[in-house]
Design a protein around this ligand. Sequence first.
Ligand code: NAD
Length: 269
Amino acid sequence: MKGLKGKTALITGATSGIGQAIAIRLAQEGCHVAINYRRNPESAEDTQTQAMEKACHQMEDCGVRSLIVQGDVSQEVDIIKMVETTIEKLGSLDILINNAGIQTESPSHEVETADFDRVLNVNLRGAFLCARETIKHLLATNRPGVIINISSVHEIIPRPFYASYSISKGGMGNLTKTLALEYAQQGIRVNGIAPGATVTPINDDWTNDPEKRAVVESHIPMGRAGTTEEMAAAVAFLASDEAAYITGQTLFIDGGLTLYADFREAWSA
Ligand code: NAD
């Protein structure tokens, strides 16, 4: 895609699921990729191997560089170091993908404060601080840039028993719009994608159980869960110059989940 070759992208939580697919796809498009992991360097190496294989098609040196960078996005010091290391080792930072995310389930009246804080700290505060550090670099070096927030259909669909997750993704939608408006004149585009039900480890409880999976998929107008590659394709588009005039938007990639499927048939005949 136009404008991706030679750019540097940092992807948080890139050792599995959607983040891993994004790292691989961006490398395939010719981006240098910084693969963030929190505590599993082996999975980060696996992502790196797959990304470089896609990027180079067995060539020894295709010009694409990659980096594994440790950091917990709920920790400000880690974020500052992660962004610094990326710039130092890969030369710049043009594209930030705020992908790291967690969820916890509990009736809202029983939620532990520490659990609530943990989800908000990773999903929303972490995304903001990663964006802040990236924007500092873009402004200091007077370069355009792209930030993409991996949100969720729960940016707009309330999710009972997952209040902290819903709140974090609702906040992420506003984060996308606010930063997009604040930095539009500096050439920094900020967008989001909102995946629907996607086959990744976060959904192991139903993706690995055919009966549960059928129930989940029965709620999706297109009748199936999404793939990580489908999410990564949209991210590559939004990060590329093909999307040069798009900012402040969240693209819902959900097989129709946000289309109010109950309206498929008339409620009264
Ligand atoms: P996943 O569990 O495979 O990926 C989440 C990643 O975040 C993991 O690699 C994990 O190690 C990393 N992570 C968690 N806490 C971290 C921290 N403190 N610091 C750094 N990394 C951390 O699940 P996924 O489905 O690929 O999720 C990726 C993103 O997509 C999340 O933001 C999630 O909310 C969003 N999403 C997923 C779905 C879905 O159905 N899978 C739907 C909507 C949105």
